[in-house]
Design a protein around this ligand. Structure first.
Ligand code: S3P
Length: 167
């Protein structure tokens, strides 16, 4: 299994889907998988049950998907907060290469300027929120990653080609 980690808006789903297509592997976006399991959007679940409930479902989903990758290889795009729990980082590391898609808070704010779906970015100034999240999480992404890719303003095909040459 190849896992993609990084901040919201870093391109995990777009790049992961394309990478899986090139490799002929399965692609799973854990947020979409979780929404199927919940039968509601992540945003609605956060509002109704709180972040803790979401994090518990996120951990069990990650662990199950990582286990399923033994039978058929998988590219997995994780949610931006999947690295917060040490147990999740251990699951990802044990399952194969982990790629950190690194983007600056300024680039992320630009990409997410119309986003209404991400609960942790609602309310207040998005750039300040992204800067705070980045400060907290960048060390965790680096801790779990076997490879860091600076997304900058490179196109998706360029980033996918780079990944294919490195992995
Ligand atoms: C979260 C990021 C989201 C989603 C949830 C929590 C986070 O995923 O898992 O809203 O804590 O940063 P994306 O990184 O795909 O936005």
């Amino acid at each position: 299994m190849i896992s993609l980690v990084g901040m919201p808006g870093s391109g995990k789903s777009t790049i992961g889907r394309q990478l899986a297509r090139e490799l002929g592997w399965r692609f799973v976006d854990t947020d979409i998988e979780i929404e199927h399991r919940l039968g509601e959007s992540i945003r609605a679940h956060f509002e109704r049950m709180g972040e803790g409930s979401f994090r518990a479902i996120e951990s069990s989903t990650l662990a199950e998907l990582a286990q399923s990758a033994g039978a058929s290889p998988l590219v997995m795009a994780t949610g931006g907060g999947a690295v917060l729990r040490e147990a999740n980082r251990a699951v990802l590391r044990a399952a194969g290469p982990v790629v950190y898609l690194r983007s600056s808070p300024e680039d992320l704010a630009r990409r997410l300027r119309h986003d209404q779906q991400r609960p942790l970015l609602q309310g207040g100034d998005p750039l300040t929120r992204l800067r705070n999240l980045y400060r907290e999480r960048d060390p965790l992404y680096r801790d779990v990653a076997s490879y860091t890719l600076d997304t900058g303003r490179s196109s998706v095909p360029t980033l996918v080609r780079l990944l294919l040459s490195q992995l």
